[in-house]
Design a protein around this ligand. Structure first.
Ligand code: INI
Length: 175
C-alpha cells in the first residue's frame, strides 16, 4: 500500500496570497494569520507574493491570472463576506467559492478557500482571531500540506513508473 501523508513544512515553495479589501477590518487579520502560518512552517517571506483585490468576487480572476504564470505552488484566497452587510451575500459568496474551486481544478494547483462567510460582523471577527481560530492561519497550513501532497503524488507516480519508491529515509525497490 502506498500512503501519501504530507509534512507541514514548506521548503523551496512559492505562494501567492490574494486578499480582498472589502471588510478589511477582518481581511487584514486573515492576512496576518496567513503570513504567520507560512513563516512558522519554514517559508521565507521573499517567496510570498501578495495581491490586493477590491472584494471577494474578484478573488477568482486574480487567482487565475496568478495560476497562469505557473510561478506558484499554491494560491491562498482571503476574504470576508458578511450577510448582515449585503443583500447580495449569496452571489458574492457563491461566486467566490465556485471561482476559487474552478481555478484550482483548471490548473491542478492548490487554491485555498480562505473566505469567511458569516451572518454577522461578530462572527467574522471571531474567525479572524490571533492564530487559533484564524481562517488565514488555517489556510496557510492547508496550503503547505497541499503543496507537499502534490509533490509527493508526483514523486510517487514517477517512482512507480521506474519501479522505485523514494520515501523520506530510503529508496525501496519494488520487484
Ligand atoms: N465583497 C466582499 O468581499 N465581502 C462582502 O461582504 C461584500 N458585500 O457585502 O457586498 C463584497 N462585495 C463586493 C464584491 O466582492 C465586489 O468587489 C463588487 O461587487 C465589485 O465586483
Amino acid at each position: 500500500m502506498h500512503i501519501i501523508s504530507a509534512q507541514l513544512i514548506s521548503v523551496r515553495k512559492k505562494v501567492a496570497i490574494v486578499v480582498s479589501r472589502f471588510n478589511d477590518f477582518v481581511t487584514v487579520k486573515l492576512l496576518e494569520g496567513a503570513k504567520d502560518g507560512l513563516l512558522r512552517h519554514g517559508m521565507d517571506e521573499s517567496d510570498i507574493t501578495l495581491v490586493w483585490v477590491p472584494g471577494a468576487f474578484e478573488l477568482p480572476v486574480a487567482a487565475q491570472k496568478l495560476a497562469e504564470t505557473k510561478k506558484f505552488d499554491a494560491i491562498i484566497c482571503l476574504g470576508a463576506v458578511i450577510r448582515g452587510s449585503t443583500p447580495h451575500f449569496d452571489f458574492v459568496a457563491n461566486e467566490a467559492a465556485k471561482g476559487i474551486s474552478h481555478v484550482g481544478l483548471k490548473y491542478g494547483l492548490p487554491v485555498i478557500f480562505g473566505v469567511i462567510t458569516t451572518n454577522t460582523v461578530e462572527q467574522a471577527i471571531e474567525r479572524a482571531g490571533i492564530r487559533v481560530g484564524n481562517k488565514g492561519w488555517e489556510s496557510a497550513v492547508a496550503a503547505i500540506e497541499m503543496m507537499n501532497v502534490m509533490t509527493e503524488i508526483e514523486q510517487q507516480s514517477a517512482s512507480q513508473k521506474t519501479g522505485y519508491v523514494q520515501n523520506k529515509a530510503s529508496m525501496v525497490h519494488h520487484l
